[in-house]
Design a protein. Sequence first.
Length: 602
Amino acid sequence: MINDTILSRLADLREVMRREKLDAFIFPSTDPHHSEYTPDRWKGREWISGFNGSAGTAVVTMDAAALWTDSRYFLAAEDQLTGTSFQLMKLKVKGTPTIAEWLGAQLKDKNAQVGVDGMCNNVASVESLIHDLRREGGITVRTNFDPLNEIWKDRPAIPADKVKIQPIEYAGESTSSKIDRVRAELAKLHADGMLVSALDDIAWLLNLRGTDVHCNPVFVAYVLISTSDVTLYINNAKLTPYVEAYLSQQHVRVAPYEKVGEGLQKYFEYNILLDPVETSYTLYNIIASHDGKAYAKEIVRHTSPVPAMKAIKNETEIAGFRSAMLKDGIALVKFLRWLKPAVEAGGQTEISIDKELTRLRAEQPLFRDISFDTIAGYNAHGAIVHYEATPETDIPLEPHGFLLLDSGAQYVDGTTDITRTIALGPVTDEMKRIYTLVLKGHIQLELAKFPDGATGTQIDALAREAMWREGLNFLHGTGHGVGSYLNVHEGPHQIRMEYMPAPMHAGMTVTDEPGLYLAGQFGVRHENTLLIKPYMHTVFGDFLQMEPLTLCPFDTEPIIKELLLPEEIEWLNNYHKHVYEVLAPHLEEEDKKWLEQATTAI
């Protein structure tokens, strides 16, 4: 089926490219703040390609188009790119060319020029692209043009919603204290100041929250820190008199969002820290050069200290997580007690059960939103790693097979992220085997003990070993940090096969979410959000362990007990006992009876 809308947009783009003497244009998934999830204004890759996954890069030449994405979206991308003329490029799959290699093959002209929007591409990615394209025949890169400004006629404006203060009773630390700590970290790096671009870093630093990004309580802004000043660059319409007074009390100046470039030009300190991964190429070069003359300012190229600070939760934030998980657990018990009888009665679909779960969460105190679009995949849809049901794909649930349900909520005191795979009725022996293998991996990771400062890569194999023994694997990450009423995906630490150098420390939150996916059949994933905490101190140093914060039973019906080790059975029974003890006092009698049955020792 031909997608006339996308083909028309490509035609308009190519007309502009021809005029601008551009042989190709690259559309990333990010915005000027290098966000994973972006405001609608910067969803240019989705607009030009039709692919709406959270990760991907679209590349368009005068006679070809391709889109690169990872394994989470292979099946979804194949469907969404049908009829668009975009070729799917599967990242990390043998034989898939890099963007530079593909462009080198497509652009035979040695004088070819590739365009990228320097505001929406960070320093590291543009520099890498320049290097790689030079090796592909001397292809040059232009960074000062955005064709979307011309061809996207109804392009959304930057959101102007009001910003709210995150009270100290939930933040646990004042803005002035956080700024002092940032300056102390900058001093260690011999940096006089820094530009903060990441939206969740800004929200955390200033104890403010917004609604500019779907499911992520952040707002569009920049913060420029020097030894004596802090300036928030933001659309003034977003600030109430109350927030303005608060910022003044915290000694934070306010300037228009679009003036951040001028702020960098007027920056008066000797040097400035610019994180190459978080800073846009355009803004970086305002400091690096001006009118062809180098500034007498040194750029300290270094990772921003803010993510590592934000990742370690203070005692107030940890208490908030526990409170949020309690509320979430209550809603999940109500939902799970309702689910199977509702499916047996008929009329339930992937979308309808999502709405019911959201309704139950919304009844809880301090609920603000879901933390990401719910993944409710029944049977074959569960094998699509980041499947999101639409009216076109929505299917009825039947009293057999697996439902993979990955969901979460934003409460003012914490963010939740949980996956449960639920047998809606009879399942096959193979489904039980896969279910149990994934559960083994999940439990082994939760049982992990490791040195303080170890990386997620060093413990990732614990979640995969039982699967590897069976010749099985999954290609997505095993765990990510979770924000404190902030982004559900939070770095810098991750648990995944690829090397991630960020160390793990006590106070960090991280998910544990291994999975297995059999295309066209079913998928299984088990996920808890965990708190990293001290384990013991020996002559070999400090050791850490992980405590599950999530309060929700696993479905024990599909478990093949004989495949579990004694320590895995012990962990599961102890976890279920803990879930019951914490949740039961807050439940109505029927929900309590259901939970008692659901948490019975296996």
